[in-house]
Design a binder for this molecule. Structure first.
Ligand SMILES: Cc1cc2nc3c(=O)[nH]c(=O)nc-3n(C[C@H](O)[C@H](O)[C@H](O)COP(=O)(O)OP(=O)(O)OC[C@H]3O[C@@H](n4cnc5c(N)ncnc54)[C@H](O)[C@@H]3O)c2cc1C
Length: 506
């Protein structure tokens, strides 16, 4: 790289979770004389949802050297062991998709293979009883390895994520980023000037008349995709035919009872409802298909199923599930809602912001914006979001529900070929093979497939090498360890009260 081409001027548009995550991470990682400016408009505001995460966020926080206790207090967070799915596989059914492992590998095979044989013999309990996360979550128990746990105990390795207040999260990251030199500019971008020679973004104009030039522009402007779409006309792949929900109504409610250490997702007649417990309130939302359900009915359903009193007027959000054809186009990289959107069923959007930032830092360009780098970035980003998309489609498609037109459509719709193959392979003998760096691992796919009633016809042939008595002992020993660990865990609320309760007036 010649000295002349070095990147020295980065402009981020948007101050939601995506914008401030990018600002914080770049300010921390780029130990170079690079100017980072973030433009946001208080008048436009942020989407204000996005409060459930996946465990990867802990690695993001660690990389920024964020102290967990301080963080959880600041965002009024709670801990998340997984997601409980209610009425998804069939009305009346429930299961937890937990983070972490199911049992332990034995003779080179994943534990669920042994469970399948035990289950066929009528000797197994529900799969969830063989995993710490899925057994602890519905019992309201939680512990983290950061607390006083002996290093060798399974309790030292509990996999968990956070629930947090989205507004407080952006504020926390803003303080972090500004303390490390990021300059915030308040104002609305009203014009984007492109360079005639190559169509690169040259500068932005704010409503105030101020001009802001840059070399790399990061579009975190939300669904509108101010730079990536409105200015650069990148194009968007619409996946509504596979993930038909296109609206959400969100409302916070008063806390009613102890905060659960899991997100709850309850299937409704044309979508599903989330419940996200925070220290001071509960976040709720109804994600649905406007083709099958009028907005008013969706709002009524939500309000009729709150645990506590609503604290605000319900807010309607419209979206189109899909992705930008290129998430990096010319000198613009889109992150967050500007780059595409998968509905929040598995809380993956903030993770996609995180992985987009990590990829950008890995592939940091110079001012020439190498086409080869762009291609690589775009290929990785497309692979990642498409595999998550398929995992989400699985929840809708693998259902026995036929009680509404929506569920009939989901059960009968054609699905992407790679997902067909995953389901076929699992149905046959319970096998799943993770593709490269895809986000969700074997335990996630197995829990959701079994939770949604896809029972394999057989198990791996090597399971039969284990005598029945030994197999039964294996199952009992795993279940016994899980049960003992859960019994030793404190209540989630107690754990929060002891280590990271936010001050009442914060
Ligand atoms: C219903 C719903 C539920 C969700 N739940 C989850 C969840 O549980 N977990 C999860 O991981 N994700 C979830 N998400 C996604 C999550 O909310 C987003 O990924 C995350 O908040 C990042 O949003 P953002 O920063 O990209 O956009 P936004 O929050 O919309 O921010 C856009 C920013 O751009 C600024 N802006 C826009 N136009 C201009 C302009 N012209 N000039 C200046 N500034 C401008 C705005 O002021 C704002 O600061 C959910 C999304 C939806 C829709």
């Amino acid at each position: 790289m010649t000295h002349d081409a070095r990147l020295s001027n980065i402009v981020i548009v948007g101050g939601g979770s995506a914008g401030w995550m990018a600002a914080a991470a770049l300010a921390h990682a780029l130990e170079l004389p690079v100017s980072i400016r973030l433009i946001e408009s208080d008048e436009i505001g942020t989407i204000g949802v996005g409060e459930a995460t996946v465990p990867h966020l802990r690695a993001f926080n660690d990389s920024l050297r964020i102290d967990e206790v301080e963080f959880v207090r600041a965002v009024r967070g709670t801990f998340k062991l997984g997601i409980q799915f209610v009425d998804w596989g069939s009305i009346g059914s429930r299961y937890v998709h937990g983070f972490g492992t199911i049992g332990h590998d034995f003779r080179g095979l994943p534990f669920h293979q042994y469970w399948l044989k035990l289950h066929a013999q009528g000797k197994a309990q529900e799969l969830g009883e063989y995993s710490l996360n899925t057994a602890a979550a519905p019992r309201g128990k939680f512990i983290s390895g950061a607390s006083d746990v002996p290093a060798g105990s399974p309790l030292a390795r509990v996999a968990y994520a956070y629930h947090f207040d989205a507004g407080l999260y952006a504020r926390y990251l803003r303080r972090y980023a500004e303390a490390r030199g990021v300059k915030r500019i308040e104002g609305e971008v009203v014009d984007v000037k492109l360079r005639a020679a190559d169509g690169f973004i040259e500068s932005l104009t704010l409503k105030s008349g101020m001009n802001i030039d840059g070399e790399l522009f990061i579009d975190c402007s939300g669904f509108r995709g101010l730079l990536i779409e409105q200015a650069l006309k990148t194009g968007y792949d619409d996946w509504t035919h596979w993930l038909p929900c296109d609206r959400a109504i969100a409302v916070p409610s008063e806390k009613a009872g102890p905060a659960t250490p899991y997100t709850r997702s309850t299937a409704r007649t044309a979508g599903w409802q989330w419940r996200i417990p925070l220290q001071h309130r509960t976040g709720n939302g109804h994600v649905y298909s406007s083709h099958y359900l009028p907005d008013q009915e969706a709002a009524d359903t939500l309000l009729n199923h709150l645990d506590g009193r609503a604290l605000a007027e319900p807010r309607l959000l419209k979206f189109t599930t899909g992705r930008r054809r290129r998430m990096w186009n010319r000198n613009c990289v889109a992150l967050g809602l500007a780059s595409g959107f998968l509905e929040p069923l598995e809380s993956t959007s903030i993770y996609l912001v995180q992985s987009g930032i990590a990829r950008l830092i890995q592939m940091l360009p110079d001012r020439h914006m190498s086409e080869a780098l762009q291609q690589r970035y775009n290929a990785e980003a497309a692979f990642e979001i498409e595999r998550i998309r398929d995992f989400l489609i699985l929840h809708y498609h693998a259902t026995r529900r036929r009680d509404s037109e929506f569920w009939k459509y989901c059960a009968h719709m054609s699905i992407p070929e790679p997902l067909e193959q995953v389901i076929r392979l699992f149905r046959d003998s319970g096998r799943f093979y993770r593709n490269a760096e895809e986000m969700f691992a074997l335990t996630s796919w197995v829990q959701v497939m079994i939770g949604q009633h896809i029972m394999p016809a057989s198990h791996h042939p090597l399971v039969d090498a284990v005598p029945d008595a030994e197999l039964a002992k294996l199952g009992e020993s795993v279940r016994g360890v899980v049960a003992a660990c859960v019994a030793a865990m404190p209540e989630h609320e107690q754990f929060i009260a002891r280590c990271c309760q936010a001050p009442v007036a914060a």
